[in-house]
Write a protein that binds this ligand. Sequence first.
Ligand code: SF4
Length: 145
Amino acid sequence: MLEALRALYRDVDALYEGARCEASTECCRFGLTGREPQVTSIELALVQQAIKRRGGVLAKKKRALPLTDEASSERMCPLLDHGGRCSIYEDRPLGCRTFYCQRAQLIAAPTRQQLKAVVRRLQDLAARHAPNGDKPRALTAALRL
Ligand code: SF4
C-alpha cells in the first residue's frame, strides 16, 4: 500500500514538473503561511518510516534556524533541517507537494480536476489503510512533535 502511495506522489510531482521556487523554507514555517499540512494515516506511516530510516527525529540543534527573532511564532516544521531542507523530502506528504507560495514559478499548474482526482486517490488509499475511518490530522500533532 505504501508503494501505491509512492506511485501517487510520483504522479503528483509530474503535475508540477519544472516548478521552481526560491527554497526560502517559509512554506515549512506554519506560523508564516498560516497553514500546516494535514496528513492521513497512510501518509503518516510513510513519514514515520522515513524518519526511522534516517535514524530518528531531528535533534533540536539540527533543526532549521528561525528566520525572525520571534521564533516561536514561526512554528517551524520539526522535519526541516539546519540546511533549510526537508529531512524526509522523498516521502513528504501530499500537502507539502502541492503547496507553492506566490513567488514560485510553475510551468504548468495542475487543474482543479487533476487535483481533485489526486485527493480522491489518496482518500481511497487512506480508507483502505485505515478501514475504520481516517481523519487527516495536522502533521505536528500526528507526529506528536
Ligand atoms: S514535511 Fe518537509 S516539506 Fe513538509 S512542512 Fe515539513 S519540512 Fe516542509
